[in-house]
Design a protein around this ligand. Structure first.
Ligand SMILES: Nc1ncnc2c1ncn2[C@@H]1O[C@H](COP(=O)(O)OP(=O)(O)OP(=O)(O)O)[C@@H](O)[C@H]1O
Ligand SMILES: [Mg+2]
Length: 338
């Protein structure tokens, strides 16, 4: 096999996936001896001079901004007419976890919301607006921490030339009404974005999802989302009200700032009968000897543990086992696809 070296130090391992901006590769940084992910920009984006320059400036700023919940930009460079962005390699994303796990406990949504709100407070202070908050752009590291990625890229993606219809529908599901109207998006677009994210983590689907672009835009701009409490009666009023205030169509009526979002989120009480904190233990990479061989074994382990305890704990044990099994399959799918 021919060894592909990018930037004279990154050895390509495999293609992870493809999003609106281009391909993402798993690679190995020979200089630093670590796994990285490399985003290779689509050709038409690689030639969007002004937009790219602006993004480059943001990437530069991001490199100064170290935050535990923002993915580092390790490098951004051009080689043979291609543009590459290098970042640390992550285990998976909230999108994948949501697909396997389904709607999440209130406490997880609060804790994830707080982490991302904190990251955005930091970015907004630097004058950087994310514009594309969605489960796909929140990655999970080996410690189960959530990290926000793809800062400032929305500007490239939504700038001309536009991608195909299908891509746009996926991309705009979390877009704010003012962005749909083609107006300028400021920090308040991220407040909307975080509102749609928490909505999706609680219900399992984005607040607005239609099968065609026109209906989708119309729904975002004019229609109320289906009420969260219809499927999640356990969500406390504080959180329902907060998400409602974050999803006000008119940015002037929307909750005013990210620190205010964080302060109100922090007031969301625990509601689950058993403690549910993010990250769940099964997302935290265990020492190798403790790693079970199969997800099925984990499920059995969860059950065995549960049997020794009371009924509620038994159920919780089974649930933990089920989730560990799920996550095992999630990681197998994401990491071992060669
Ligand atoms: N640093 C990373 N480590 C591991 N996987 C990553 C990393 N960054 C992105 N990925 C994965 O690569 C795939 C493509 O990501 P990409 O960001 O291009 O698409 P997206 O997030 O679905 O859409 P968008 O273009 O709107 O960001 C996804 O499966 C994503 O989880
Ligand atoms: Mg992305």
């Amino acid at each position: 096999m021919i060894e592909l070296l990018i930037g004279r130090r990154y050895r390509l391992v495999r293609l992870i996936g493809e999003g609106g901006m281009g391909k993402v590769w798993e690679a190995y940084d020979l200089q630093e001896d670590r796994a990285v992910a490399i985003k290779q920009f689509r050709q038409e984006l690689a030639t969007q001079g002004v937009l790219l320059q602006r993004f480059e400036r943001e990437a530069e700023l991001m490199r100064e901004l170290r935050h535990p919940h923002i993915l580092d930009v390790l490098a951004f460079f051009e080689e043979d007419g291609e543009r590459y962005l290098v970042m640390p390699f992550m285990t998976g994303s909230l999108y994948e976890l949501l697909k396997l796990q389904g709607p999440m406990p209130v406490e997880w949504v609060r804790d994830i919301g707080l982490a991302i709100a904190d990251a955005l407070v930091c970015a907004h202070r630097l004058g950087i607006v994310h514009r594309d908050i969605k489960p796909e752009n929140i990655l999970i590291d080996a410690q189960g921490q959530v990290v926000l990625t793809d800062f400032g890229l929305a500007r490239l993606k939504f700038g001309p030339p536009l991608t195909q219809d299908g891509d746009i529908i996926g991309s705009i599901s979390h877009m704010s009404p003012e962005m749909c109207r083609g107006q300028k998006a400021d920090e308040r677009a991220d407040i909307w974005g975080l509102g749609t994210l928490m909505y999706e983590l609680l219900t399992g689907s984005a607040p607005f999802h239609k099968d065609n672009l026109r209906r989708m835009v119309l729904a975002i701009v004019t229609q109320p989302p289906p009420p969260i409490e219809a499927s999640r009666p356990d969500v406390p009023a504080q959180l329902l009200d907060l998400i409602g205030d974050m999803l006000k169509k008119d940015p002037d009526e929307r909750i005013g700032s990210m620190p205010e979002v964080a302060a109100r989120l922090a007031q969301t009480p625990d509601v689950s009968p058993t403690p549910q904190r993010w990250p769940p233990a099964y997302l935290v990479k265990a020492p190798p000897r403790e790693e079970p061989a199969e997800g099925a074994e984990e499920e059995a382990k969860g059950e065995a543990k549960g049997e020794a305890k009371g009924e509620a704990e038994e159920e919780a044990g089974r649930e933990r086992g089920r989730l560990r099994g799920l996550y095992r399959r999630f990681r197998d799918k994401v990491l071992d696809r060669e």
